[in-house]
Write a protein that binds this ligand. Structure first.
Ligand SMILES: [Zn+2]
Length: 208
């Protein structure tokens, strides 16, 4: 039997660096001012005067995963031991598509089968997802990176990561297909060989 958890528990620790540290905000600001000029705006009009700074701070925040070490979030919990499948559903994430710098937003589902009782805290899984999502990404790589890091860090029997997301570069521009959802998955270890366990995990992820 699998154990399911919701991914909405609050996260107590706050070892995240201040937004913007390690980022050249001035450089981003200069770039944003050029975009404003490029689209024919007056960058000095009151509504836009602080926009370059705000955008710079936003990009610092949306890329803060680049400035942390995702493996830090995958430390087995001392004490707690559990050997049945663990599924954490609906970890919300927001990332930036590296082709358009446009957001893609969705949910990540993680299933793993612990080995020797090694499990990881639920909030840590959410932090792991964020630390890979908060950088310039493509959804396929994002999915694999989460699966690989969890597989290497926790050495479980198997890992499955499924991500579903709406890409604004597809929904509001180009082909303009609102509501189109891209689903990617990455499967490591035992889930690869065992189609029954894989199906069980998929069914639990799909279950509303
Ligand atoms: Zn894109």
């Amino acid at each position: 039997m699998a154990t399911r958890f919701s991914a909405t528990e609050p996260d107590g620790d706050s070892d995240v660096a201040a937004p913007g540290s390690g980022v050249d905000l001035d450089k981003i600001e200069r770039g944003v001012r050029l975009i404003l000029e490029g689209v024919g705006e007056d960058a000095e009009r009151p509504g836009l005067r602080r926009t370059p700074r705000r955008v710079a701070e936003m990009y610092a925040e949306l890329t803060e995963g680049m400035r942390e070490e995702p493996r830090e979030h995958v430390r087995p919990l001392p004490g707690d031991r559990h050997d049945e499948m663990v599924i954490v559903k609906d970890i919300h994430f927001a990332s930036l598509c590296e082709h358009h710098l446009a957001p893609f937003v969705g949910r990540c589902h993680i299933a793993y089968i612990p080995k020797a009782g090694r499990i990881v805290g639920l909030s840590k899984l959410a932090r792991l997802v964020d630390s890979f999502a908060r950088r310039l990404q493509v959804q396929e790589r994002l999915t694999s990176e989460i699966a690989d890091t969890l597989f290497e860090g926790l050495k479980p029997v198997g890992v499955m990561v499924v991500m579903e997301a709406e890409h604004t570069c597809m929904t509001i521009r180009g082909v303009k297909k609102p509501g189109a959802v891209t689903i990617t998955s990455a499967i490591r270890g035992g889930f690869r060989k065992d189609s029954r366990t894989r199906a069980e995990a998929m069914a639990l992820i799909r279950e509303k």
